[in-house]
Design a protein around this ligand. Structure first.
Ligand code: G6P
Length: 607
């Protein structure tokens, strides 16, 4: 998970850059670097390993303007050559995120004579800015124009030796904020890196470009329109996680999903193939003998397991069962030593999941894999294989970004199992990897539905019950939508596979029972449409989350919101997001304690 720090001040900023990087170390990294505007050109220092080594290596470097970076390897191995900043002529760039069109940019820029010295996607940005500067000599404008050509998620900071005292930054999908003060102006991936110099933070929005000098900050949109962003005074204490411009951690965490997914998927990097090794050094050998999978989890984590079952059976052809951990641990089951036990947990400390994992091992099931957000947790330590989601700290009790990153991890597991079973053609593998890589951008677009969802949520204020419907791999998404709504708004909610409606829940449907339906454009859409007609015929009020091309018309009692992209197998990851937003806004209308709902705990370490 890369980290960025940039500083323009009246005196030497190298200690500020280094101190800022130290504060970002928690994000995880394998190399670090900085570049400053020196007397005779860009001075760059890079090192593989800890920030402390960079600190020693840069002891003699002095400048009032510079950028710095911690890199978590994606495109290219961790080594000095691939460490940021990347340089093209007089400019240097640091970057967090994934540039999806870097290969075509690389070809285009190589043809123009630019020489690439690293394997990174970032170097394309450096040369692209340099190429743009040939026609547009102003750095701010050149970065703005260059960003218009980037596809993917990014936060960047750029300096130019021929334009001293200036730093230009931009963000789309990856986090970046500014720190402003009387003695200098700064940028960083999160506020903790800048508290050493200021508490006054300006949160950039996607599509913002900003220029910092020691005494001035200006911000514009990518089309050049100037914008003002408010200053927030950070209340962050050393240990806390910043709320920023958000009202609640849950809202913040919903909006962090593009970044959480990008960070989780950094492990795939620029590769066109995926290897078992992402689950641990022994994964190739351990997975080779697996004949089935049993997923054990609780709450939201169990819902990611239910979704994965559809993927694992359809794509990898591996029989898969999902069981609530508290049930499995106490029932008599038939052990199968060739079965892979997958324990899914955000915290890695949930008592039932941990006990279920231990129970499986005691029964003689040694093949275990933890999918978890906390690397040092008990469930990770006690599993043979592990995949660490990189969602970052999740504070809201209702799990959001942990869920979508678990889904991304489980899709990677599906691809690995499909490969192990010889069921994944290279073209299919590369298409799936491209779709995964595009997810942060796709999620960003879905988040734009928030205002429309807020309008819907107001209609839930006087409701006491709600029904969620889905089919196929979106049935677990309906389950997750119902769980979210009940846990934070206290509205009783149930989820059904839409085909089950006529076997009972239809009896409950009337004008007071909102029916929320997940309706992606897949092979079950026509069947789902018939189920929706059954609701409509009973006077039920339908709220449908469709895809752009789902062709369900809006009519009396049928409200439709369309997701911008139709996302095939990965569609559940997009379709859960409006349900998270709906619950969040319904809870706001109800006036509940969103982040700490009554009677619930974040980490349930008791039975
Ligand atoms: C609690 C939390 C849920 C979470 C569940 C499982 O109930 O409130 O948000 O899904 O525990 O937690 P885990 O850490 O194992 O994913």
């Amino acid at each position: 998970m890369c980290g960025i720090v940039a500083a323009a001040a009246g005196s030497n900023i190298v200690p500020v850059l280094v101190e800022g990087l130290k504060k970002l170390e928690y994000r995880g990294y394998d190399s670090a670097g900085l570049a400053v505007i020196g007397q005779n050109g860009i001075e760059r220092v890079r090192s593989v390993g800890r920030v402390a080594e960079l600190e020693s290596a840069s002891a003699a470097t002095h400048s009032p303007t510079g950028i710095a970076h911690t890199r978590w390897a994606t495109h290219g191995i961790p080594c000095e050559r691939n460490a940021h900043p990347h340089v093209s002529g007089a400019i240097a760039v640091v970057h967090n995120g994934i540039i999806e069109n870097y290969e075509s940019l690389r070809q285009e820029l190589s043809a123009q004579g630019y020489v690439f010295t690293s394997d990174t996607d970032t170097e394309s940005i450096a040369h692209l800015v340099q190429a743009t500067l040939q026609d547009e000599p102003d750095l701010f404008q050149a970065v703005r124009l260059a960003c218009q050509r980037l596809v993917g998620a990014y936060a960047i900071a750029v300096i130019d030796h021929s334009q001293p005292g200036r730093i230009v930054v931009a963000r789309e999908g990856s986090p970046l904020l500014l720190g402003v003060s009387d003695t200098g102006n700064y940028a960083a991936s999160d506020a903790s890196a800048l508290l050493q110099v200021t508490r006054n933070m300006v949160y950039l929005e996607n599509g913002d470009v900003a220029e910092l000098t020691a005494d001035k900050v200006r911000i514009a949109r990518l089309d050049g329109t100037p914008v003002e962003r408010p200053i927030h005074v950070s209340q962050l204490s050393a240990a806390a996680v910043e709320l920023g411009t958000f009202r609640h951690y849950m809202q913040k965490e919903i909006f962090e999903q593009p970044d959480a997914l990008a960070n989780t998927l950094e492990i795939v990097g620029g590769s066109k193939t995926i290897q078992p090794g992402i689950f641990g050094a022994d994964a190739g050998q351990l997975l080779a003998g697996v004949d089935s999978i049993l997923i054990l989890a609780c709450g939201t984590s169990a819902h990611s397991g239910y979704t994965a079952r559809y993927w694992l059976e359809a794509i990898a052809g591996v029989p898969c069962a999902v069981e609530i951990a508290s049930e499995y641990r106490y029932r008599v089951s038939v052990p199968n030593p060739r079965q892979l036990i997958v324990a899914i947990s955000q915290s890695g400390e949930t008592a039932d999941t941990l006990a279920a994992l231990r129970h499986a091992k005691e029964l003689g099931q040694p093949k275990t894999l933890a999918i978890c957000n906390v690397p040092e947790s008990a469930i990770v330590r006690e599993s043979a294989l592990r995949f660490i989601t990189r969602a970052g700290p999740e504070i809201g009790v209702a799990s959001t970004k942990a869920f979508t990153t678990q889904l991304a991890a489980l899709f990677l597991l599906t691809l690995v199992m499909a490969k192990v079973k010889g069921r994944l053609a290279p073209e299919q593998e590369s298409t799936f990897i491209d779709q995964l890589r595009h997810l942060p951008v796709a999620v960003n677009k879905v988040l734009e539905l928030e205002d429309a969802i807020e309008v819907w949520a107001k209609r839930f204020a006087d409701k006491h019950h709600a029904l969620f419907l889905g089919r196929g791999r979106h049935y677990p998404i309906a389950l997750e939508g119902a769980l979210k709504l009940k846990e934070i708004s206290y509205i009783h909610a149930e989820a059904y596979p839409a085909g089950e409606l006529k076997h009972g829940p239809l009896a409950l449907v009337d004008a007071n029972m909102p029916v929320i339906s997940v309706a992606p454009n897949d092979q079950l859409l026509d069947k789902l449409k018939s189920n929706l007609k059954e609701v409509q015929a009973r006077g039920g009020e339908l709220y449908v989350f469709a895809d752009a091309d789902s062709e369900i018309p809006e009519s009396e009692g049928v409200h439709i919101l369309r997701l911008p992209e139709h996302y095939g197998e990965l569609s559940p990851i997009l379709h859960v997001i409006p349900l998270q937003l709906l619950s969040y806004h319904a809870a706001l209308v109800k006036g509940t304690d969103v982040d700490k709902p009554r009677n619930l705990a974040k980490s349930v370490t008791v039975e």
